[in-house]
Every structure is written in structure tokens, then in C-alpha cells.
Write a protein that binds this ligand. Structure first.
Ligand SMILES: [Zn+2]
Length: 195
């Protein structure tokens, strides 16, 4: 399947949600219809509609209301679009940050791909303002996404450590401290203090 076909299949699915704006639509309603209608329109089967619906939700085009229930909200779409950097914003931020990653300093000269990143992520309310924009290389953009996971992990080990200290479980205290020391050794999530 070509990339173009994938996009058009997704858009095909999205159009069914767009016909019923602001409605919480159970998954089966849509899947049954698109699976039946797509071959009539394009002469071939629609593959993996479930995955495409999940992907539309990850892209912010559908709101996930409950398991298997999604909603198309035109107002939300408008606001979401507003929080994307415009090409002009991106050019200004690139210029300001000197066309290089603010973390490692690598740029086009070193052949790395550059992204304009929301410092405070959109899903946490980060706006498309120039102050909230920064350049990251592909690697650091990816790491930033991952760091959220390590933050979650660190907070969980801190809770476990506190519990182990309270219970005077020395074995578990040692285990948690070892893991948290590894965080420190790698300089990861130093803003979360545990000592
Ligand atoms: Zn970088």
C-alpha cells in the first residue's frame, strides 16, 4: 500500500466522523460502514480500519472519549490547528536558534534533521508562541518524548523507595536506591529529587 493510499483511507474514515460532529460514536458504527463503503468507492478493501482510527486519535484529529468511542470536535480541531507553528514561525525560530539543535548544537551542516519543538508540549497546553518554540535534532526530539517515560518511572521508584523506607525493607530500599543512582549517573531527570 502506498503512503498516498494510506492517507486517503484515513481521510475516508475521518469523513464519516466529520459527518456527525460532536457525537460520541462507537467504533463498530464507523468500522462496519467504511469496510462496506470503501470497496464500492475504490474497488479494493480497506485494511486495518481500527489501526487507522487509533492513528487519527494519536494525531489529534479524533478525540478518544472511551474505549472504542471517538468524537470529531470541529472547535477542538480549530484550536489544535492554532497551536501548530506556522511556516513563518518556524522560519523565525530556526533563524533565532541558528539552525541547530539547542541541546547538542548539531545542525544542517552536520546533516541532522531539525524539528521545531513545543518546549511545553501541546497536550499540556503549550502554545505556538515563539517563546515556546525551540529547535531540536531528530535524536533529541525523540529523547524528549522518551524522557516523559523516564520521569514516570523515576517518580514510581521514588514512591516505592519511600514505602520501603517506611516498612524498613532494606533489600527493597537498596534496589530502589541503585536504580535512582543510575538516573543520576546518566544525568536523567535531575529536576526530580529523591535524596
Ligand atoms: Zn540534538
Amino acid at each position: 500500500m502506498s503512503k498516498y493510499e494510506k492517507i486517503s483511507q484515513k481521510e475516508f474514515i475521518l469523513s464519516y466522523y466529520m459527518e456527525r460532529p460532536n457525537e460520541d460514536i462507537p467504533h463498530a458504527d464507523i468500522v462496519d460502514r467504511v469496510v462496506a463503503d470503501y470497496p464500492k468507492a475504490y474497488g479494493k478493501p480497506l485494511r486495518d480500519p481500527d489501526r487507522m482510527i487509533r492513528s487519527l486519535s494519536q494525531e489529534g484529529k479524533l478525540l478518544k472519549i472511551a474505549k472504542g468511542v471517538y468524537r470529531y470536535d470541529p472547535e477542538y480541531q480549530k484550536r489544535n490547528e492554532l497551536e501548530n507553528f506556522t511556516p513563518a514561525d518556524k522560519a523565525t525560530i530556526m533563524e533565532r536558534d541558528g539552525y541547530k539543535c539547542v541541546v547538542c548544537g548539531f545542525g544542517v551542516a552536520e546533516g541532522v534533521e531539525l524539528h521545531v519543538d513545543h518546549i511545553k508540549p501541546k497536550d499540556l497546553g503549550g502554545k505556538a508562541t515563539l517563546e515556546n518554540g525551540q529547535i531540536l535534532c531528530g535524536r533529541h526530539n525523540y529523547m524528549k518524548k522518551n524522557f516523559k517515560q523516564t520521569e514516570t518511572g523515576k517518580r514510581m521508584f521514588i514512591s516505592l523507595l519511600r514505602l520501603a523506607q517506611k516498612d524498613d525493607n532494606q533489600e527493597l530500599v537498596k534496589f530502589c536506591e541503585s536504580i535512582l543512582t543510575i538516573y543520576d549517573e546518566h544525568g536523567i531527570n535531575g529536576h526530580i529529587r529523591w535524596k
